[in-house]
Design a protein around this ligand. Structure first.
Ligand code: FDA
Length: 506
């Protein structure tokens, strides 16, 4: 491999905008004793934290916009690929791993959250987590919320630029649907907002993957009304308790329920009531924007098979419901500020969007796969769509999975022994093959926010053709992919912002 002018890169940084005063707080080279802790602090998939995982030549943690501009300038001029990291939840490690010499721009210091309840908006910097945004809103008002993902440690930067679906999704749509302005640094180091970048680029970064187009530093988002009290519930049914039949029925109902009611089914292996045996559980979970006395008759009328009772339900605030779904105690709510509150493991994920209900035998086969040994730490989170998601046009934003989707399935398998990773990865690939006949077709749609490099990748160096990139691009973006390619060609023709699944220019 050609030697890279590493020293020149550092010299470039120090002689451009990163003054000596900031140097030690901003630039972490491999000789720096804090290098590993800074790198590992935001790694949420230990599959990419092994001794053989390629490491960045340097990690830059900017404190100012000018630090971001100089990192872009120096990386470009000295042949380093740039990986942008906000929360570090990229399931394929794309924000902190590369096969070519690279540096990581880690936005961990860009974490400001400014909530304006009067105008019902907030400015949030990319390095903040959804939890920090949720906390910022809830500490000012109980009647506003934000429709983003369930896990509170995901970063705003990656999440909003890829879509962002959560428990308010049926009522309000995606996080990206609520972005009204941004601050972005492009490949030429220009700082742009919505007005100066124009509507095309502004469209692209709301779901089309920020990392293809520039570094998004901050987002202005519209907040949404929530009632002061919401109701959450969980009803667990396993294979011995008719789980398959109830799940089968759920598919016909969940997308048609009132928009105020979000439901999901979490499938995983659990202990059976028969000692020493395992079974598979479908956990029916929900969040209703209203009180329990309204919810129970609603479910009894629409979905009596679930047998929802008052004791399955708890009333709480919207922000507490985020913690409930994340499997955390619902108070104190300042746990939302803890970026490492959730355990980290090695994992592989895949997604599907389902447009036709699965047959009962189909569901049975799917559930039975969780009895296999490799599924000990596997989960599938199946989230109902419909509601507001049905009303937004497919080309409104790059994220196209809207009208007609019954539910999205996120399959996740986890493991602890890295030497056995292959077994677990083959299990999830088999599960995905099994689901082929039930998932959406032509293309088989996939959610960009859970990147899956099995779907195809750009060439590590050199040109990737439109045809090659379409293999995964059409799955993530459907007909919007072509427009993303055109915008990329216009704003970054030299393909500076690139990674395994970035949109290539023509
Ligand atoms: P990370 O920093 O790894 O970035 C992800 C991608 O975005 C990378 O390619 C990166 O380069 C790019 N990027 C990051 N910051 C950028 C910036 N400022 N400018 C330009 N590009 C940038 N999704 C969902 O919709 N609903 C959910 O409930 C969940 N829940 C969930 C739980 C868990 C445990 C995981 C691991 C993931 C999810 N997700 C999710 C998926 C999540 O939305 C997705 O992984 C996001 O990209 C994570 O964003 P981060 O900033 O944390 O990741």
């Amino acid at each position: 491999m050609k030697a890279h002018p590493y020293g020149d890169f550092l010299h470039c940084l120090s002689s451009s905008y990163i003054k000596l005063f900031y140097y030690s707080k901003v630039i972490y080279t491999q000789n720096n004793p804090s290098y590993s802790s800074v790198l590992n602090a935001s790694i949420h998939n230990t599959r990419f934290a092994t001794p053989t995982t390629p490491k960045p030549y340097a990690i830059i943690t900017p404190l100012k916009t000018s630090h971001v501009q100089s990192t872009i300038y120096c990386s470009k001029n000295h042949g380093f690929q740039l990986r942008i990291r906000s929360g570090g939840h990229d399931v394929e490690g794309v924000s902190y791993v590369s096969q070519v010499p690279f540096v990581v721009l880690d936005l961990v210091n860009f974490r400001d959250v400014k909530v304006d309840t009067k105008n019902e908006v907030a400015w949030v910097q990319s390095g903040a987590t959804t939890g920090e945004l949720y906390y910022g809103i809830a500490s000012k008002t109980q009647t506003l919320g934000f429709p983003a993902g369930i896990c509170h440690t995901i970063g705003i930067g990656g999440h909003l630029s890829g879509g962002g679906f959560g428990i308010l999704g049926r009522k309000y749509g995606l996080a990206a649907d609520h972005v009204i302005d941004v601050k972005l640094v492009d490949a030429n180091g220009r700082v742009l907002n919505r007005k100066s970048m124009g509507e095309e680029l502004f469209w692209a970064i709301r779901g089309g993957g920020g990392n293809t187009f520039g570094v998004v530093l901050a987002w202005k988002v519209k907040l949404v009304p929530v009632p002061p009290v919401v109701t959450v519930f969980t009803v667990n049914k396993n294979l011995e308790q008719n789980a398959t039949k109830i799940f089968h029925r759920w598919q016909y109902i969940a997308h048609k329920l009132p928009n105020e009611l979000f439901t999901a089914v979490w499938v995983m292996k659990v202990n059976s009531s028969q000692v020493g045996k395992k079974t598979v559980q479908a956990g029916f979970r929900g969040m209703f924007l209203g009180g329990v006395d309204e919810l129970i008759p609603l479910i009894q009328h629409e979905f009596p098979e679930l047998g929802l009772a008052k004791e399955n339900c708890t009333q709480m605030s919207w922000v507490q419901s985020i913690l409930y779904f994340g499997g955390l105690p619902i108070q104190p709510v300042n746990i939302l500020l803890n970026r490492s509150a959730l355990p980290v493991s090695s994992l592989k994920a895949k997604t599907d969007f389902v447009r036709e209900p699965m047959s009962e035998t189909g569901i049975e086969g799917f559930m039975n796969m969780f009895l296999e040994e490799e599924a000990d730490f596997a989960i599938t989170m199946i989230e109902a769509f419909g509601g507001r998601m049905d009303e937004i046009r497919e080309n409104e934003l790059p994220y196209p999975h809207r009208a007609g989707i019954l539910f999205e399935s996120t399959y996740i398998v986890q493991w602890t022994n890295e030497a056995e990773a292959g077994r677990y990865i083959s299990w999830i690939r088999r599960l995905y093959s099994y689901m082929a006949s039930y998932a959406s077709k032509s293309p088989r749609e996939a959610y960009y926010n859970y990147k899956d490099l099995d779907l195809g990748t750009n060439n590590i160096v050199g040109y990737t053709s439109y045809e090659q990139a379409s293999v995964w691009g059409l799955k993530y973006f459907k007909n919007n992919f072509k427009r993303l390619v055109q915008i990329k060609t216009k704003v970054d023709p030299m393909n500076f912002f690139r990674n395994e699944q970035s949109t290539p220019p023509l």
